[in-house]
Design a protein. Structure first.
Length: 420
């Protein structure tokens, strides 16, 4: 069996590694002329860390990522509202890691090239379209450097090409543009002194108006006694109707984001200094797409953001892509027919991933945060004066509904590893 994977992001590269481990040949193509460590920070849930560890990347993750100890919410004055442990402290056998997305992608790329060979990834190669019959898929590829077009034949085509997937667009030609919820995001990375535990994922404010998310993403920086802090500013403005390009590498401007956080100086973090200390600011509208009732068409399927783009809530985006990749390889390796393997993959993954999309869209924790800002607009001395014990419990439930309800199930689940 030969699988053609479109997209060399986290989902596509993990798919290639998983297929290779199961004895299935894989080729990855990506339209970028050169793969570089772009982007900012992401979180990997224990679910994804288990899968990457079983692929032999556990030491790489430990070298580059910070094992997140806790998530803590504050109001916009820095007052603590609520906190909850993460990773092993929640009973998982694997940690949760905060990591630079680009460093993770490069670690995956190095593993693919080492294990599958240097020709396993073709950059500067864009998918123009595909056709399939009962026996195979024929993909039309364009070499962007030479302008030469050619055809590659495979048994399976996997669209791992993100929010603006070419594969998905051919399967769903009438699908509208990504859906924007009105929240504009700015992102950046700044080296600083560690704050709180040094491994805290902090959320301040509410995206009813302005919200700041900050967490360390580099174990290498921690070993030097420093912290490489990833920050995400989320702002919802009345009358802001134009989403702009949904491009993770779109440049943002300091003068657009800083005014919303100029007086956010806490005793544990100086937010304005954090923003001003960033060399490159990125801007992105918070978008997703409607969940699909079908990912698989014959010998063609989707993984990651191509299948289920979601809001960056609850640390799910990259983690769900890793799970897709592992289940896809597992089912293809066990099936007598590739098309049946893809259908088994979809049956296992589509409903859980779509449920996460809708849970992230619902943002139940935001309702609690908004309640705090309405009841205590000038801050508070003790959160018990603002929220009832039941409301604080609901905050925990809101997050565990999307991501953290199944430590025992994950720890006891059989492995997706298939020995090829």
């Amino acid at each position: 069996m030969r699988v053609l994977i479109v997209g060399a992001g986290i989902g596509g590269l993990t798919t290639a590694l998983s297929l290779h481990a199961a004895g299935i040949e894989a080729l990855v193509v990506d339209s970028a002329r050169r793969l570089r460590p772009l982007g900012v920070g992401i979180n990997l849930l224990p679910h994804a860390v288990r899968e990457l560890t079983e692929l032999g990347l556990g030491e790489d993750l430990a070298d580059i990522g910070v094992p997140t100890a806790e998530m803590v919410h504050f109001d916009r004055f820095g007052g603590r509202i609520w906190g909850d442990p993460r990773g092993r402290a929640l009973g998982y056998d694997w940690p949760q890691y905060s990591v630079h997305r680009g460093e993770l992608q490069m670690a995956l790329l190095d593993a693919v090239l080492s294990r599958l060979g240097k020709d396993a990834v073709r950059t500067g190669t864009a998918l123009e379209g595909f056709e399939q019959d009962a026996g195979r898929v024929r993909a039309r590829l364009l070499d962007r450097a030479t302008g030469t077009a050619g055809t590659v034949t495979a048994d399976v085509l996997v669209g791992a090409d993100g929010l603006h997937s070419t594969v998905r667009a051919q399967l769903y030609p009438d699908e509208p543009a990504p859906l924007w919820n009105g929240i504009r995001m700015w992102r950046g990375v700044t080296e600083s002194e560690p704050f709180l535990t040094g491994r805290t994922l902090a959320v301040a404010g509410s995206n009813a108006r302005s919200k700041m998310v900050v967490y360390p993403i580099s174990m290498r920086a921690e070993r030097r006694g420093r912290a490489l802090l990833n920050w995400v500013a989320e702002v919802k403005l009345e009358g802001d109707r134009r989403a702009g390009a949904a491009d993770w590498n779109r440049k943002g401007r300091l003068e657009d984001v800083l005014p919303h956080f100029e007086d956010w100086t806490f005793d544990w973090l100086d937010v304005p200094a954090l923003i001003k200390g960033t060399a490159e600011i990125l801007e992105y509208p918070m978008v997703d797409r409607e969940p699909l009732d079908r990912w698989t068409f014959g010998r063609v399927t989707l993984v990651g953001d191509a299948a289920h783009p979601m809001y960056p809530i609850g640390s799910n985006g990259g983690s769900q892509a890793v799970l897709d990749a592992r289940v896809l390889a597992y089912e293809l390796a066990r099936a007598a027919d590739p098309a049946e393997g893809l259908l088994r993959y979809e049956r296992e993954r589509r409903e859980p991933a779509n449920a996460v999309v809708l849970a992230c869209r619902d943002m139940p924790a935001e309702r609690i945060l908004r309640m705090v800002s309405e009841r205590a607009p000038d801050g508070f001395e003790a959160i018990e004066d603002v929220l009832t014990a039941e409301e604080l419990v609901r905050m925990t439930g809101a997050y565990r509904r999307t991501s953290f309800v199944d430590a025992e199930a994950l720890n006891g689940r059989p492995s997706y590893t298939v020995v090829g």
